[in-house]
Design a protein around this ligand. Structure first.
Ligand SMILES: *[C@@H]1O[C@H](CO)[C@@H](O)[C@H](O)[C@H]1NC(C)=O
Length: 396
């Protein structure tokens, strides 16, 4: 080899050495090096995808996509796996914001704005995402032909993921969606949308196993956390929920053949001025679905309209709803140490299916008041037991 070509080979190899280091080390891919600009105006979508592609194909143990301070404009994008690295980090700084285009049509019918798909060992740290959903909500409320709307951050078919320190605001629809995934930890997230914004659930979990949601503040126009069919082994703790519609299992029974929900614990959480506290809801139609082994404990309700509710005749807006009895089977639900104030007279509302009554429901140490007096409870088709002091008095 001529000396010149040795030099040239070395020069070509140099940036590669810096970018990828050795196969066992770490590598960082800064989106700015790929052409992203944090000026809030430049479309950085392609740059983010290129940085992801480099990180995902890196042979290092850990590879990091780094987003420095600044405001980055992004159209819908899909970060796909599987990746070569066993750990892939999407790192944003404290002053990093990702914004959607101001025209809501640009998220179009994509369904998801920032979507991670089939990634194992993903960590998303820090940052703020702002989907600027206001005009979309307005269209939803008053318009005739709107786009379908997009979730802000979605993880589909992911495993061993962590989402930590993320702030998500003004999503068009759900803020964080976990679907068909397992072993997911979501912690220290902050979610905010106006209480009047439609369907802006905080965190939605669907068909996923082993999901922990911890130490998070969620203020939205819909459920703080919603849990759909096929979800199991969920641990939800230290959530400040409100405004919003509470923490809901359901709506279940949307279709006849539907997987159930089981082993869900909600603990050490506070609900402030929410429409519901802890709710299980199903449509009134035939279904193979179920919800079982659910534990709600150590919860505080502050002026919550329906602190404890099972609604098997769920029918929002009373429009076009089925009127059969729900096929969803609800059993082994424990309510323990739930205290505070109800915003309505009926603090415990159990409206179970006439064809599939709820069974194995336990009430222990409940104290819910309404206007400084004992609230009331209401029951249909439910059986179970109570222990300790239960106020309002159990109706089963
Ligand atoms: C229930 O879920 C928790 C995680 O929330 C898990 O640790 C536990 O093993 C699960 N129990 C069963 C019986 O699967």
């Amino acid at each position: 080899m001529a000396p010149n070509s040795v030099v040239i080979t070395f020069l070509i190899a140099l940036p590669l050495l810096f970018e990828s280091s050795q196969a066992t080390g770490d590598a960082t891919y800064n989106v700015v090096s790929y052409g992203a600009r944090g000026d809030g105006k430049t479309d950085s979508t392609k740059a983010f995808l290129r940085a992801w592609s480099s990180a995902c194909s890196s042979a290092t143990t850990t590879s990091t996509v780094y987003v420095p301070r600044g405001t980055f404009l992004l159209k819908p994008l899909v970060f796909s796996g599987p990746c070569r690295s066993s750990r892939i980090v999407f790192q944003m700084g404290a002053a990093t914001t990702l914004v959607a285009p101001s025209n809501y049509w640009e998220l179009g019918n994509s369904g998801n704005w920032i979507l991670f798909i089939k990634v194992t060992g993903l960590s998303i740290y820090g940052g703020t995402v702002d989907a600027r959903g206001a005009e979309f909500w307005h269209c939803r409320r008053f318009g005739k032909s709107c786009t379908a709307g997009a979730r802000s951050v979605s993880l589909f078919w992911c495993s061993n993921a962590v989402v930590s320190g993320l702030r998500s605001m003004n999503s068009q629809t759900m803020h964080i969606a976990i679907d068909n995934s397992n072993n997911i930890l979501i912690q220290n997230v902050w979610i905010r949308a106006p209480s009047s914004s439609p369907n802006t659930d905080g965190i939605h979990v669907e068909a996923s196993t082993g999901v922990t949601i911890s130490a998070s503040t969620i203020m939205t126009g819909d459920d703080c956390i919603s849990i759909g069919s096929g979800s199991r082994n969920l641990w939800i703790e230290r959530i400040a929920c409100g405004p919003g519609h509470g923490i809901s299992i359901g709506s279940l029974g949307g279709s006849v053949n539907e997987d159930g929900v089981q082993n869900v614990t909600v603990t050490n959480s506070v609900f402030t001025k929410t429409q519901n506290g802890v709710r299980i809801k199903s449509w009134a139609r035939a279904s193979n679905g179920y919800a079982r082994n659910i534990v709600y404990r150590n919860l505080i309700m502050k002026n919550v309209d329906n602190p404890i509710i099972i609604d098997q005749k769920y029918c929002p807006g009373n429009q076009g709803c089925p009127h059969q009895s729900s096929g969803v089977k609800i059993s082994k639900v424990t309510y323990k140490n739930i205290r505070g104030t109800s915003g309505t007279q009926v603090a415990m509302n159990f409206y179970c299916s006439s064809s599939n009554p709820c069974w194995g429901v336990k009430l222990q140490d409940i104290r819910l008041t309404y206007l400084n007096r004992a609230a009331t409870s209401s029951c249909a088709n439910i059986g179970g037991s109570k222990s300790g002091v239960v106020i309002p008095r159990s109706c089963f």
